[in-house]
Design a protein around this ligand. Structure first.
Ligand SMILES: CC(=O)N[C@H]1[C@@H](OP(=O)(O)OP(=O)(O)OC[C@H]2O[C@@H](n3ccc(=O)[nH]c3=O)[C@H](O)[C@@H]2O)O[C@H](CO)[C@@H](O)[C@@H]1O
Ligand SMILES: C=C(OP(=O)(O)O)C(=O)O
Length: 420
């Protein structure tokens, strides 16, 4: 298994090209199941989760081809199976997103329950209850969701008890081919939801209100393939910006979507960064200053994203002053804290809050990645720690960051991947 070896690095400097967003690409590729003709996706990040999604679609009988590193074509007009097996779903929770499209187009779907993961239990009750409201009959047996519908799914008015990105996406896709109008109230407002709505509309759907908390979908008879470019990854962008801030650096993120990052940019400015925004780029300059700690509470978009929490805990640990970070989305998303403490970070955990008195001097150590963003936080810690840091279990990282070591290396980081 590969490891990352990181040594204390100079201030990061230069330009980095941001990849397409994992969390937009996954539902968009899965939306091809709704269409009758081939779909072409560009700006697709070259990631483990994308390979898993393509394997899942292939397993269902779709034809998939990798045109080049970041372009894929999917022909899901004819499929052979409506079963997503445990072997694939267990490696990527987002596989549950095939449920809505399969049910809407074929009237049946069997999808393994994803189960929990390192960051929390992550139930899928809202996905299931929304589909039931649209007329689906759902049984959970032997670890599988077995869903069917007599005739077609029917449009419905669905209120979401908790704001859920995945449930909003699953229901949008199901509703696109349902009879009548579906409204999703208290819907997620993430930029990835807007990207899915735009892609569905390019396929011939009738989705409005995406980006607000009330999405309306008028079902259509059929959807066709389209060519669609995936939104830039706001979490990858934020991770590079925090890495640059922690090292007192000066970088430009190119091919970015600046306005998807308002909450993160606000915190970076409070941390002392000078930020300049262009149409598709973000420049961060710490002007050699040490960062200042910031207070953060993770909430659904447009608030501060949980997927940037771990990176900011590292930033706060080495920053000046006390920072308080509260996680409200997932119940167990502080697995990076004990690893950062092994590197000498002074972090006090009080329930769902991580308090950093600031200015910890980190020392390199052997640490273990426990989930995707925890891995990113350990890399940032490694860049500023004295000596050598070795991050193991980086398969988590490979799910969501394209070539992170070479991108950081080009900015001057001392980082390399080694095989065990
Ligand atoms: C592939 C993808 O896009 N992943 C993102 C997506 O995950 P994901 O879509 O899984 O996250 P959700 O927005 O659904 O989860 C938010 C909260 O709702 C709870 N919940 C969710 C569904 C449900 O049926 N019942 C329920 O109780 C979850 O346990 C969690 O506490 O949004 C998260 C929140 O922004 C991000 O951290 C993930 O990176
Ligand atoms: C939690 C994340 O992803 P997933 O929902 O795929 O586990 C993430 O991208 O930080």
């Amino acid at each position: 298994m590969d490891k990352l070896v990181i040594n204390k690095s100079p201030a990061l400097k230069g330009s980095v090209r941001i990849s397409g967003a994992k969390n937009a690409a996954l539902p968009l590729l899965i939306a091809s199941l709704l269409t009758d003709t081939p779909c072409t996706y560009t700006n697709v990040p070259n990631l483990k989760d994308i390979k898993t999604t393509l394997a899942l679609l292939k397993d269902l009988g779709a034809e998939t081809s990798q045109i080049d590193t970041n372009t894929v074509e999917i022909n899901a007009s004819q499929i052979e199976s409506v079963t997503a097996s445990y072997d694939l779903v267990k490696t990527m929770r987002a596989s549950i997103l095939v449920l809505g499209p399969l049910l809407a187009k074929y009237g049946r779907a069997n999808v393994s329950l994803p189960g929990g993961c390192a960051i929390g239990a992550r139930p899928v009750n809202l996905h299931l209850s929304g589909l039931e409201k649209m007329g689906a009959k759902i049984d959970v047996e032997e670890g599988y969701v077995r869903a069917s519908v007599n005739g077609k799914l029917q449009g419905a008015r669905i209120y979401m008890d908790i704001v859920s990105v995945g449930a909003t996406e699953n229901l949008m896709m199901a509703a696109a081919l349902a009879t009548g109008t579906t409204t999703i109230e208290n819907a997620a407002r993430e930029p990835e939801i807007v990207d899915l709505a735009n892609c569905l509309n390019a396929m011939g759907a009738n989705v409005s209100g995406a980006g607000t908390d009330c999405i309306s979908i008028e079902g259509v008879e059929k959807l066709s393939g389209c060519e669609y470019s995936i939104l830039p990854d706001r979490i990858e962008t934020g991770t590079f910006l925090v890495a640059a801030a922690a090292t007192k650096g000066h970088i430009i993120c190119e091919n970015a979507a600046p306005h998807s990052l308002d909450a993160v940019i606000n915190k970076l400015e409070l941390a002392g960064a000078k930020i300049t925004l262009g149409d598709d780029w973000i420049e961060l300059d710490m002007e050699g200053r040490a960062p200042k700690a910031v207070n953060i509470k993770t909430v659904p978009h447009p608030g501060f994203p949980t997927d940037m929490q771990a990176q900011f805990v590292t930033l706060n640990a080495v920053a000046e002053g006390t920072g308080v970070v509260t996680e409200t989305i997932f119940e167990n998303r502080f697995m990076h804290v004990p690893e950062l403490q092994r590197m000498g970070a002074n972090i006090e955990l009080q329930g769902n809050t991580a308090i950093t008195p600031g200015s910890s001097r980190l020392k390199g150590a052997q640490v273990m990645a426990t989930d995707l963003r925890a891995s990113a936080s350990l890399i940032i810690a490694g860049l500023v720690a004295e000596g050598e840091t070795i991050v193991s279990r980086i398969y988590h990282l490979d799910r969501g960051y394209e070539n992170i070591e070479s991108k950081l290396g080009k900015l001057g980081a001392n980082i390399k991947r080694v095989a065990d």
